[in-house]
Design a protein around this ligand. Structure first.
Ligand SMILES: *Cc1c(COP(=O)(O)O)cnc(C)c1O
Length: 473
């Protein structure tokens, strides 16, 4: 299996190179050359099977000549990071209505599912190549901890995460700073999240530093993150429908990475029914599916901050398919977005998109009401992102449809919003209950490029003889 860029002008790469490359050199995103399929018999063999077994079978066609046994061992390591044996357990809410809990990972949100695999995989591949990298990232609070948990104690990786001092929630800060690992470095910047992002951009733009530190990123557009998420769609669809009955999914969406994984599962021939894209007030995806116009707007702060985005980066992967895999056409539209703030597709293309996805935008009041209703009707506490999904599913589900709503975060991660909506403050799960009493590890630095650069170089203490770039930056 080889991978091509959505913009058509980057080298064709194999699985391992795509893992290390992240973004394609033409600015595009990597996707498989063709969608592999699982036959009816292959699917039947996976019905009600263990998560690890489904993961092996679903990912196998994508890993090319990467050793399948070695990949299987990495799946086991990733799964072991979850507090629930089935990684993504299903809970029934009513006839045909299900919740898939994706928050049993170390940082209590669904991004752990992919990052817990990427961390060991990255480390394993680098070690085999005799290479080490420095990962630098900036976070407004949410993804930083998932990246740190994925990379902690990995020998081939040093990770530095910048966050704006005093501007992330207490639990977000504690989830990052209480990690006690020699290769994990938290930097609190005296500034805003935008300052952190600007610093990151400058660090990556500094050729000399990039080489000396062997800079890398585990960002949201890495193909392997999407791949890891395909597994739970397959697992749920085969558990609830077998290969013969379609199962629909309702997905709280922001960057479109999660629901795109559902689309991949459908392309593979798995029994996926409708894919519902649930957004909060930041509804660029919903507006696109309504009108065919993809137009940037302002970002609104909501109770579901992990979906407060302006551009859905993974959406480019769908565009590539919608435009018959014409990389130049994709590059043209993305160019229009940068220069004109948006683009519009033809009625034929929008019809294709609507054949794959249905959408609904949920207001702040509806989100709070959905949290309250989940308690009243089902006796369960859900986080605001999950509530957006439940509200969309309630509005869009059809009679007789089997509908799985994805629970993307644990309620304790967004305790303020949950308490405001339900009157009850959700507690952290037992393994994190003592979080506030753990020692914190963090350096506070000025919003100053020289200071941050010197800080990183001093800690990686690495001679610059490792500087040769390979084909995979
Ligand atoms: C990242 C995130 C989302 C959005 O997922 P996308 O893949 O960006 O669409 C939803 N809920 C939570 C809790 C998240 O952390």
């Amino acid at each position: 299996m080889n991978y091509v860029s959505t913009r058509g002008h980057a080298p064709v790469l194999d699985f391992e190179a795509v893992l290390l490359a992240g973004l394609a050199s033409d600015g595009g995103l990597y996707v498989p050359e063709a969608w592999p399929t699982l036959s009816g018999d292959e699917q039947r063999a996976l019905v009600a099977r263990d998560y690890r077994e489904v993961a092996r079978a679903v990912t196998r066609p994508f890993i090319g000549d990467f050793d399948a046994e070695r990949f299987g061992r990495l799946i086991d390591i990733a799964s072991a990071g979850f507090a629930h044996d089935q990684v993504a357990p299903l809970r029934q809410l009513g006839p045909g209505a299900w919740l898939m809990e994706l928050f049993h990972g170390p940082t209590l949100a669904f991004k752990d599912v992919a990052l817990q695999l990427i961390g060991p995989l990255f480390d394993d591949v680098l070690e085999a190549r005799g290479e080490r990298v420095t990962i630098v990232g900036a976070t407004s609070g949410d993804t930083g901890s998932a990246a740190i948990e994925a990379c902690r104690d990995r020998g081939a990786v040093e990770i530095f995460i910048l966050h704006p001092e005093g501007r992330v929630s207490e639990i977000q800060r504690l989830q990052m700073t209480t990690v006690d690992a020699a290769n994990v470095h938290n930097i609190a910047v005296r500034g805003t999240f935008d300052d952190c992002q600007a610093l990151l951009k400058e660090l990556f733009a500094d050729e000399d530093f990039r080489r000396r530190a062997r800079l890398s990123a585990v960002n949201s557009i890495n193909w392997v993150r999407v791949l890891a998420q395909v597994v739970y769609y397959a697992q749920a669809a085969l558990a609830l429908g077998g290969p013969d009955r379609p199962v629909s999914f309702c997905v709280p969406s922001g960057n479109f990475g999660n629901v795109f994984a559902g689309y991949v599962a459908k392309r593979m021939g798995l029994p996926i029914g409708r894919l519902l894209v649930a957004t909060n007030r930041n509804d660029i995806l919903h507006r696109f599916l309504q009108t065919g116009a993809y137009e940037l707007g302002e970002v609104h702060a909501t109770q579901s901050p992990s979906m407060d985005i302006q551009v859905s980066s993974n959406f480019e992967r769908l565009l590539f398919d919608l435009l018959d895999r014409d990389g130049d056409a994709v590059a043209g539209l993305i160019g229009d977005m940068k220069t004109k703030g948006g683009f519009k597709v033809s009625p034929a293309v929008i019809a294709r998109a609507r054949a794959e996805f249905t959408s609904h935008a949920v207001s702040e009041a509806e989100t709070a009401e959905a949290m309250a209703r989940a308690r009243r009707a089902h006796g369960i506490t859900v986080d605001p992102h999950t509530a957006v999904g439940l509200e969309a599913a309630a509005k869009l589900a059809e009679p007789g449809e089997v509908m799985v709503t994805l629970a993307t975060a644990h309620p304790a991660k967004f305790a303020d919003a949950v308490e405001a909506a339900t009157g009850e403050r959700p507690a952290l799960p037992p393994r994190l209950a003592d979080l506030a009493r753990r020692a914190e590890h963090c350096d506070v630095l000025d919003n100053d490029l020289d200071a941050v650069r010197a800080h990183i170089l001093a800690r990686i203490g690495r001679p610059n003889t490792l500087a040769e770039e390979t084909s995979a930056p």
